[in-house]
Design a protein around this ligand. Structure first.
Ligand code: FAQ
Length: 332
């Protein structure tokens, strides 16, 4: 008899209808996913699917862009001209990955300017790995070998992600990341086969980067908030722990081949599982780097803000040029 619901019967009916319509949409959508269909930008999709994709793809794009910074610091100090050229090409690839990913994210209805604004304000996340310093040349090898290696392990399944624009962007990204992984391993190989001092540089770098690389796969499955739903929607094809284990199993023999040690005293081959057992990841450190930016977080954001400010005239010039070209074409 008494109610605080002030809606008219007609309004109530339309709200109930909306819930029914949403349920029908969700049901039909899940059937499409279960049937292996690819979802395209103009298709109907639940708002949560759109939002979680936008979140993941924009974080991924930011990671590619911020990821250029530790390597960028080494361009002027690369030991030879050949190394400098390879490093420059790799960094350019990462910029390209950022651009494909921002474009894929834009198909979900948010502008690149808005996404970048979130990065610059510190609101948006990017991979924790790029908040660690790269103080030696060996780190450039290790970033290629371990960081790109972890990235490509995580990203190959994304080529089969249910959202078409993201999946298609990932195909080229993965080809390039595989090349990055190999060039990194080659740098580490040269160091490992050099003088004892060279080998020590490589070992110190693995000691720095091993655990942060494992953290790139995200929290353990029991602490992952998005995994269950995103696997149901086939955005993710495997859980964080499954991919992390795949990376460990591939990488440990590569380190052994070079006579380098993985800094994990609990690492040992488990015959029964056909896989390596490993030590506990320091999740306190992981969440602290996400929350406070770790050692380099403030520098990374400062560098991106400076780039945005210094690049204003470049963007204005590019826009003016594009307008001039369009006007010329129209006149012709
Ligand atoms: N860092 O529920 P989950 C690269 C956050 S590209 C920071 O498990 P999800 C190329 C997560 O966002 C590297 N935050 O989340 C390169 C969520 O927070 P939210 C980047 C992290 O999405 C190489 C919360 O924790 N790759 O390296 C991290 O299901 C060399 C709960 O986590 C990608 O982005 C982290 N490590 O799984 C460039 C790949 N982990 O948003 C230059 C695509 C988790 O609720 C040089 N992304 N969080 O506030 C993915 O596959 C997924 O998003 C995961 C996380 C696996 C990263």
């Amino acid at each position: 008899m008494y109610s605080t619901d002030l809606r008219t019967d007609r309004e109530k009916k339309s709200a109930d209808q909306q819930i029914l319509d949403d349920a029908k949409l969700w049901d039909a959508f899940q059937k499409r996913i279960d049937g292996g269909e690819v979802i395209e930008a103009k298709d109907d999709m639940p708002e949560k699917y759109r939002a979680t994709l936008l979140r993941q793809i924009s974080q991924h794009a930011h990671s590619e862009i911020v990821g250029q910074l530790p390597e960028g610091n080494w361009v002027t100090r690369a030991p030879t001209l050949k190394r400098k050229l390879i490093l420059l090409a790799k960094i350019q690839d990462e910029a390209g990955h950022g651009l494909y990913l921002y474009s894929a994210a834009e198909t979900l209805g948010r502008s690149r300017d808005d996404m970048v604004a979130d990065l610059l304000s510190g609101k948006a996340k990017y991979s924790t790995i790029f908040n660690y310093p790269a103080p030696s040349w060996a780190d450039i090898g290790t970033i290629g070998w371990l960081v790109d290696g972890a990235a490509v392990t995580n990203q190959i399944p994304l080529c089969r992600c249910s959202y078409g624009p993201y999946a298609r962007a990932m195909v080229r990204v993965c080809k390039e990341e595989s090349f990055h992984q190999r060039q990194g391993y080659e740098i580490v190989t040269v160091l490992a086969q050099g003088t004892p001092e060279h080998k020590q540089l490589a070992q110190d770098s693995i000691n720095r980067y091993w655990w942060p690389s494992l953290m790139m796969f995200g929290p353990s499955d029991s602490a992952s908030t998005h995994s269950a739903q995103n696997m149901k929607w086939k955005i993710k094809r495997h859980s964080n722990d499954v991919l992390r284990q795949r990376f460990i199993d591939t990488t440990v023999p590569q380190a052994e081949f070079l006579g380098l040690t993985i800094p994990d005293p609990d690492l040992k081959w488990n015959e029964e599982r056909g896989s390596y057992d490993h030590g506990e990841i320091d999740w306190y450190e992981f969440w602290a780097v996400i929350k406070d930016g770790g050692i380099c977080g403030k520098d990374r954001i400062r560098a991106r803000r400076a780039a945005a400010k210094d690049g204003v005239w470049v963007r204005a010039a590019a826009e003016a040029y594009a307008k001039k070209q369009a006007a010329k074409q129209q006149a012709a």
